[in-house]
Design a protein around this ligand. Sequence first.
Ligand code: NDP
Length: 395
Amino acid sequence: MRRISIFGATGSVGEQTVDLILRAGGPAAYETVAVTGGRNVARLAEIAQALRAEIAICGEAACLPELRAALSGSGIAVAAGQAALAEAAARPADWVMSAIVGAAGLVPGLTALEQGATLALANKESLVTAGPLLMAAEQAHGGRVLPVDSEHSAIFQALMGEKIETVERIILTASGGALRDWPLERLAQATVADALAHPNWAMGQRITIDSASMFNKALEVIETREFFGVAPEQIEVIIHPESIIHSMVGFRDGAVMAHLGAPDMRHPIGFALNWPERAALPVARLDLAALAQLTFRAPDPARYPALRLAGEVMRLRGLAGAAFNAAKEIALDRFLAGQIGFAEMAGVVEDVLTLLSAAGGLEKPAFGLEDVLAMDHLARIRAGEAAEARRRKGG
Ligand code: NDP
């Protein structure tokens, strides 16, 4: 029986993973090693019991007494804190879902890869911050990274049986997020609730706001570069409001392979769970006649400065991805806290990249996990300062 672990089991991707595993028979079909959550202890305990996991871990150390109480008498071990997450990732497993949100997902995912596991990677932040480290761990330990982001799963599927050197371009589709049709001059006033009203996808809070700002697409552009090894100029972004085409690959003979499907994360999650097989999945089937048309438009650079910043990160490489992601996470925290406006998030990230690049700390050709974590820490401090400066100016 395959041994699996789910990191971020209580989140949007995590819950959909649990759903697919339960539909496939749960403990009768999979041996669950570890399930993890952040703060939602009650739900984590339910999932651990439903899957009969060996261990449940909450990322927040203070949650341990509550988790222990919730699982007392169940025979399921409990632990808490970031070190416990890494230890759980070191437990042998065949398949590991990496669905913690943010940079906190990096160490568990990398640790699982170092055990030779197949890593189903939803946590795009891992590739953005430490792409070369993940790819090297995959090579060195015989594991496999499978993309879970719908775009990258689509590209992966379009590339099956193809040679990467025949790829001319990769076209990432983007819904444009909740604010895509807002007048540009109103974006500065967008509230958290406005940015959360995603037209097509039901996702976690942070990625939904990142969709509205296109920081999510910026991360995905960098993820594409790291995962598929193509040059930055081969990556294009197109707004496709219907979210039916999940991405496309253009080949040197002019052919373009597109991956279509209903916007339902259980497709890419299920694909990664069953790969290299294709299993039946409980996702809606496309009714093309009902859809009638699919539309596309070029992204407006003035509306989506995050895409330009992604280009800058790919030019700098090294630790620029770690700085970019950390600054983006802090900018998002500050927007959620009402301290900076929606349109200022990109400004904060740009301030941090400019500052750290001028200090010469980003363009590091070879780096290790310690360097990534140190840059993550530094960029968070600088982003906090940049956000505070903007808040003062605004207030
Ligand atoms: P959610 O916010 O819904 O869930 C995040 C998960 O991570 C939860 O289990 C949460 O725990 C846990 N968590 C949060 N912070 C920490 C921490 N510091 N330490 C340990 N665990 C933590 O996120 P999503 O499911 O939306 O996204 C997860 C990842 O997948 C992200 O990287 C995202 O970019 C990516 N992704 C998501 C898609 C989607 O459709 N949602 C699509 C494609 C990619 P708790 O809730 O218990 O606090």
